[in-house]
Design a protein around this ligand. Structure first.
Ligand SMILES: Nc1ncnc2c1ncn2[C@@H]1O[C@H](COP(=O)(O)OP(=O)(O)O)[C@@H](O)[C@H]1O
Ligand SMILES: [Mg+2]
Length: 226
């Protein structure tokens, strides 16, 4: 993975919500922390082109997120803060197959890959269930499966364990910890983030710490004042 921010900033009207950033992301597990409104989601959305930089550029494996928007999306999958918003089809199996149909694959290949990803995430028993009847943790796993089935090497997750009870939280945390893909996770779940290779702290639209998890988490406590 090679994600590069070169002087990238984001402004809405008069307000700069992300100050110019120049950095490169290569580690396998990267955590993003910070108070509400500090710019975390904006930072993540720059990576998959959902937000365009007001100044500077962002590239993913050499692809410009604005110039090569659709190629970028194939490299980096995104799980939204509320995964219900990205589930398109009513039945689990159909939702996972949906992304593959868009890739123009043949029916038997779609079936093979869908079955493989259901198996990989331990959700084969949910294949015929209605998505809106699943628990929060199960919905999160279906969203992850639906994104990873098309084979992006990078997965970005925006507060994936936020609305989950303890049991579902553990299930999703363990799934994220076991992913072979490069992962960038925005989270307030410090026990999850603590295990990551690199943690970046945002405060008021500025990057204020970037380094080992323990150091950035300490800086987070300092800016939060607790
Ligand atoms: N589309 C938008 N228009 C105007 N302001 C926005 C928009 N998106 C985000 N913001 C503002 O940018 C700041 C950072 O937001 P965000 O990146 O969502 O923070 P976080 O994910 O850390 O909570 C917030 O003050 C938010 O209100
Ligand atoms: Mg956010």
């Amino acid at each position: 993975m090679d994600i590069r921010f070169s002087g990238a900033s984001v402004r809405y009207g008069e307000r700069t919500v992300l100050q110019p950033l120049t950095l490169s992301l290569t580690e396998r597990r990267i955590g993003i922390i910070g108070l509400n409104g500090s710019g975390k989601t904006t930072f993540a959305r720059l990576i998959n082109g959902l937000v365009k930089p007001t100044t500077g550029t962002v590239t993913v494996n050499g692809l410009d997120t604005v110039e090569d928007a659709s190629a970028t999306l194939a490299e980096a999958g995104f799980i939204f803060q509320n995964p219900q918003h990205q589930i398109i089809m009513p039945i689990v199996h159909e939702d996972i197959a949906f992304g593959l149909k868009n890739c123009g694959l043949k029916a038997d290949e779609i079936e093979r890959r869908t079955a493989a990803v259901l198996e990989r995430f331990g959700i084969a028993h949910l294949a015929k269930r209605r998505v809106h009847e699943l628990s929060g943790g199960e919905t999160q796993l279906v969203a992850i499966a639906s994104v990873l089935v098309t084979g992006p090497g990078i997965l970005i997750l925006d507060e994936p364990t936020n609305q989950l009870d303890l049991k579902n939280r553990r299930l999703v945390e363990n799934t994220i910890a076991g992913l072979g893909e490069h992962t960038i996770v925005i989270s307030h779940d410090l026990p999850l983030i603590e295990r990551f290779d690199r943690v970046i702290l945002f405060h008021d639209g500025r990057l204020v710490a970037d380094g080992p998890a323990s150091e950035s988490i300490r800086a987070y406590h300092a800016v939060a004042g607790c």
